[in-house]
Design a protein around this ligand. Structure first.
Ligand code: ADP
Length: 258
């Protein structure tokens, strides 16, 4: 897109037309950027539910006929992950209708217990990893859309899975007007020099690249965007070679779970 420059000598009306034209170009550029951003974010986000669906489908194929409990659990997980994918694709359609997908949000309340236990169950199944969850579980509500909350958890858990080998520890508690959730792994950690940049789009630490984890550098920027949309916060603490803790501070939910 190219803007035009008009001088006063060319007449007031023409200058006005020039301004309008340049403004339209700015809007077009912004729209174009929003759509490009959504496409890359959506492709990143569609991968996790697909991985979960794939692993449950595998389980069904192997045990579905012999074990009724496997049948029930797999169908439920496949159904709920498909709903999530549908919601993401609807957001994609909305963004094509020119609404930035990061702008749209209504009044939501989600239960940490429900969303977190579902995420843990699905990721255990998909990646065969163990999670230890301590702290308050019941009655923690946050002011977030449950689908987006799941999206944030998936991003942080998948990073913990990618960049460590051991158990992943989760703690949940209340602090003033926030629910605080920490996710700790004992993995490669992050050097202090990199910490200020990890929430930037496409930023990846070199070590992570050489470890060839197949990441894209998008996850944390998506998580941060979602958390900030709901006036929450996301913090990180790490010791290279020892541990990484991501802490989410999410505003306490007031309404009824939807
Ligand atoms: P990626 O797709 O590369 O994982 P992210 O935006 O999710 O992208 O993360 C950005 C970078 O932050 C990663 O490439 C990695 O270097 C670092 N990182 C994120 N989470 C962790 C973690 N739990 N342990 C170590 N490094 C991490």
């Amino acid at each position: 897109f190219k803007k035009i420059t008009l001088q006063k000598e060319q007449g007031d009306e023409l200058v006005q037309v020039g301004h309008t034209f340049n403004h339209m170009i700015e809007l077009l550029e912004q729209n174009f950027k929003n759509q490009q951003r959504f496409i890359s974010d959506a492709s990143h986000e569609l991968r996790t539910p697909l991985t979960v669906i794939e692993s449950y489908a595998k389980l069904l194929k192997r045990w579905g006929k012999a074990k009724p409990e496997v049948l029930d659990e797999s169908i439920e997980a496949i159904y709920s992950e498909s709903l999530r994918m549908k919601s993401l694709t609807n957001q994609l359609l909305d963004s094509i209708k020119n609404q930035s997908y990061l702008d749209s949000h209504g009044e939501f309340t989600s239960s940490i217990e429900e969303v977190l236990s579902e995420c843990i169950k699905n990721l255990k199944q998909a990646y065969q990893r163990e999670f230890k969850w301590s702290g308050i579980k019941e009655g923690l509500l946050v002011q977030l859309n449950p689908l987006e909350l799941k999206q944030i958890f998936y991003i942080l858990f998948e990073n913990a899975i990618k960049y460590s080998d051991g158990n992943i520890e989760v703690t949940t508690k209340r602090e003033d007007q926030y629910v605080v959730i920490s996710i700790k792994d004992q993995g490669i950690g992050i050097e202090p020099d990199h910490i200020p940049f990890i929430f930037e789009r496409f930023y990846r630490v070199d070590e992570a690249r050489s470890r060839d984890t197949g990441g894209s550098g998008l996850g944390l920027s998506i998580a941060k965007g979602l958390v900030e949309k709901y006036k929450g916060d996301i913090l990180v603490k790490s010791e290279p070679g020892k541990f990484t803790i991501f802490t989410l501070k999410l505003p306490i939910g007031k309404g009824v779970i939807q």
